[in-house]
Each structure stands twice: as C-alpha cells, then as structure tokens.
Design a protein around this ligand. Structure first.
Ligand SMILES: [Zn+2]
Length: 80
C-alpha cells in the first residue's frame, strides 16, 4: 500500500472552538476509519496529536487547560 501524508481537518476544539489540522499517513487514516484504535492507527504521532484527532482539542489548548488548573509548575528557577 502506498503511504502518503494527508492533512485532515479536526473537529472544533472544545477549548477554543476552532477547527484544526493534523497531518497523518494515509495508511493510518484508513486503519483508523476502519475501527482501529487511534494509538494503533497512528503509532508515530504524538499523544497530544492523537488527542486532537479524537476530540479536536489542540495540544496547546490542553496545555492551557492544565496550566489553568495547576498553578505551580515543576521546573523551578522560573521567577515571575
Ligand atoms: Zn483549541
């Protein structure tokens, strides 16, 4: 099977309300559309990108949400 890269539009993000785009392999997309789990269809993708494929939530928006929740970042030495 020829494996090309396809850019797909993801659903509106639940945090910012905007759609997004992810680039995936055509083989992965076929596998995903035929019912494979996202982590099996796209093992090469970052977890946050897979999340965007599922829910539309952008990786950056996840960061925002968690940053909102967590006030104290673990890396020290960051003066405010
Ligand atoms: Zn977003």
């Amino acid at each position: 099977m020829t494996n090309t890269l396809i850019t797909v539009t993801t659903r509106p993000c639940f945090h910012c309300g905007r759609e997004g785009e992810v680039t995936v392999s055509s083989a992965g997309l076929v596998a995903y559309n035929s019912g494979k789990h996202v982590q099996d269809a796209f093992p090469e993708l970052d977890k946050t990108i897979r999340e965007q494929i599922i829910s539309g939530t952008h990786p950056k928006c996840w960061d925002d949400m968690f940053a909102f929740d967590e006030d104290a970042p673990e890396d020290d030495g960051e003066a405010e």
